[in-house]
Design a protein around this ligand. Sequence first.
Ligand SMILES: [Zn+2]
Length: 342
Amino acid sequence: MKAVLFREHGGPEKLSYEEIPRPQIGPQEVLIRVKACALNHLDIWVRQGSPAYPIPLPHVLGSDVAGLVEEVGSQVERVKVWDRVFVSPGISCWNCEFCLAGRDNLCRTYSLLGAKLHGGYAEYVKVPFRNVLPIPENIPFEQAAAFPLVSVTASHMLFALAGLQPGETVLVMGAGSGVGVMAVQLAKLAGARVITTVGSDDKIPKAMILGADAVINHSQETVAERVKLLTEGRGVDVVVEHIGPEVWDTCLDSLTKGGRLITCGATTGGDVKLNLRSVFSRQLTIKGSYMGTRAELVKAAELIGQNRLIAVIDRTFPLQGAPAAQELMASRKFFGKIVLVC
Ligand SMILES: [Zn+2]
């Protein structure tokens, strides 16, 4: 089969399009003929060589997969050949105390498709059958690949961790990012007032269409100041953040007393400064978020199937275009998801 893989860590030029053997499935695994695979920032971290993702090389990236079932193992239940499916990217044991409590993203052996395991930058990928879910009717493969990781992440941040309530105000950093697109829509669906940020004016109408009540161009305005103006000096109840040091102070300054900051990424670095006096005197909550639960993914898929949640796709590339697709992702000049199709 054809696949895009890398043999050493580094830039996008390390990705090469090659012929490799098709994966052999085990009794509880399913082989999927990949039709679409969405990119995530995780792909870039793994390619560059993050200490959080020690992997044997060569490696095939890709966490968000949709396609057709090609083969099923002897102990597979529910899933049949030719089913149209998408993949839940979080691989959990279904056995530990966290999995049994429905908190599978805390699983003791949690890993991600495309991180520890070979992912979907390929014609075929194998996954545990429990990670395979049916694509909602009328949803094309590209859209089915574009929502799982980011929708489950945004949902977990807003509801499980921030406990967002109707009528509250939320600041979503980066409306055009994968998580941003989902967080704006999910917060709006939940009855919150949504303020979001973009880096260029052309993204403002796109963010409004998703349901944002106010959009701040961070290249022209000071976000925390504008947030104060928009909230009559109060600040927001919840901040959804995935950018890191570049926006950290802005996020904290934008919170009201008792506000909650949820962070799920660090695209501009891992180290930030924190003034503890400000945290306790303003009674702030800061929580780290990683992926989400299987139940949250099933809910997101329902919303996608009802067209109440939209997986926005900026561009698609053929599989061999993966290096260019990753360069586009690193450039920030996109709105929504970038998807490989094959
Ligand atoms: Zn587990």
